[in-house]
Design a protein around this ligand. Structure first.
Ligand code: ZN
Length: 77
């Protein structure tokens, strides 16, 4: 009779572990993105430093302000 309760507990524990693993993986991915961006710190177009202030405001920035402005205008320059 008590066996049914124990099985339920084990199932609950397993799904808790699965959720914890998933959260861990998502957090790891986020950390990777941030460390890659800050390790680069250089414009992918001209190779100049993007600048600390710009990276602080936009950690995912991959272009300096000048290249970003040109890039946003599009290829029809
Ligand atoms: Zn640039």
């Amino acid at each position: 009779m008590s066996r049914g309760f124990r099985d339920a507990d084990e199932t609950q524990a397993m799904s808790d572990q699965a959720v914890a693993d998933q959260i861990e993986r998502i957090l790891d991915r986020g950390r990777d993105d941030i460390s890659v961006a800050s390790a680069e710190g250089r414009c992918v177009d001209c190779g100049d430093e993007i600048g600390q202030e710009r990276l602080m405001a936009l950690p995912s920035a991959v272009r300096c302000v000048r290249c970003q402005a040109g890039w946003e205008k599009g290829p029809g320059r």
